[in-house]
Design a binder for this molecule. Structure first.
Ligand code: FMN
Length: 180
């Protein structure tokens, strides 16, 4: 796909088919993350790939709004090693580093026909305990990865309507030229 077509095709997918995701595709997504830019090239990102259905169900249960995650065949957890990044202007760059890499994952997934959904609604401490994640590591986001279910179910329709998911601000609303 052309780059702009990937950008336009990406949408949050909240219902997945049972079709298994090819190992090569998961490796491709992770490779795309690996090549991302980062603060002083420190590459603080770490990823946990989960296919175990019970583990996915337990993670889904930690969030009231994201119970639907249990239909995902794969979950990728994006983590940061907070000791391997830096800060400036009171901004902790580990969040930026991991977010850039994770968006690579999400766009790469779109390009190979896979659905994803950036998830910020999760219980960090419960997931860290469940997956035995060391203390210095922060969980930044999760995404399900899988083939989208054939047609949009009720969860998806309601969520997209509530969030006005297909609406974006115009360039006029978000861009200033030369000064604010
Ligand atoms: C930081 C962040 C956190 C998000 N958290 C959730 C979440 O917990 N659950 C969810 O269903 N979607 C979540 N989303 C997805 C957004 O709701 C979605 O991107 C937005 O409504 C635009 O829709 P689209 O992705 O289909 O274009 C999150 C997105 C971002 C960037």
């Amino acid at each position: 796909m052309d780059f702009i077509d990937v950008i336009k095709a990406r949408t949050s997918v909240r219902e997945y088919s049972e079709k298994q995701v090819e190992v090569e595709k998961i490796t491709y997504l992770l490779e795309c993350a690996r090549l991302a830019p980062s603060y002083m090239n420190k590459q603080c990102w770490r990823f946990i790939v989960i296919k175990n259905k019970e583990t996915i169900e337990q993670i889904a249960k930690t969030s009231v709004i994201n119970r639907w995650l249990k239909t995902a065949p794969v979950l990728i957890i994006a983590c940061a090693d907070t000791t391997e990044s830096g800060s400036n202007n009171s901004q902790e760059y580990y969040m930026t580093d991991v977010s850039i890499a994770f968006e690579h994952v999400i766009l790469a997934a779109t390009d190979v026909g896979l659905g994803t959904c950036w998830i910020g609604g999760f219980h960090e401490e419960k997931i860290k305990e469940l997956l035995e994640v060391p203390k210095r590591i922060r969980i930044i986001a999760l995404t399900p990865v899988g083939y989208p279910a054939g047609k949009k179910g009720i969860t998806e329709q309601i969520t997209k309507t509530l969030l006005k998911s297909n609406k974006r601000k115009t360039l006029d609303e978000i861009v200033h030229y030369e000064h604010w």
